[in-house]
Design a protein. Structure first.
Ligand SMILES: [Zn+2]
Length: 151
């Protein structure tokens, strides 16, 4: 049904030509240029790729160092995804006082860095929330000292 010559295509000049897709749901199996005036397909192609499976985006993380161990944190949300704190630290640093979420937005604004991907920062340098909702702000002295060291 498709056109393959000059004269065949010339017949459709001025017609209602549209590009349409065929398939199931979001999967396009075929795309076609159709003349809706004549109800014919002028040109079409089948999809030659298997349905593309959306790759889950690699989770961006950064780490926060503390004297008791490290936290692996989701860079976008600040959510703690992994805690590597020894069991022996439970007495001095009970689980309910450990961060469950870090204040990524504040940190990024302070340091003017857009994404904390693969950063490795000190727990004194970033605010965080503990399980009961209390917020522990970053330690100002720590940042001040760090600034002086650099300058
Ligand atoms: Zn036509």
């Amino acid at each position: 049904m498709s056109v393959s010559t000059f004269s065949e295509l010339m017949e459709h000049v001025g017609h209602d030509v549209q590009v349409v897709t065929y398939g199931m749901d979001d999967h396009v199996a075929n795309v076609a240029i159709e003349c809706h005036t004549c109800h014919v397909i002028l040109l079409d192609f089948d999809s030659d790729v298997e349905e593309e499976v959306a790759q889950p985006q690699e989770t961006r993380t950064f780490t926060v160092q503390s004297s008791h161990g490290i936290f692996v944190v989701e860079a976008l949300s600040g959510k703690v995804v992994e805690v590597q704190v020894g069991d022996e630290s439970s007495e001095v640093w009970p689980v309910e006082k450990r961060p469950i979420r870090f204040d990524v937005d504040e940190w990024e604004q302070f340091y003017k860095i857009s994404v904390l991907h693969e950063a490795d920062i000190d727990i004194l340098d970033i605010g965080y929330w503990v399980p009961d909702g209390r917020y522990e702000p970053p330690v100002g002295d720590f940042r001040a000292q760090n600034g002086e060291k650099d300058g």
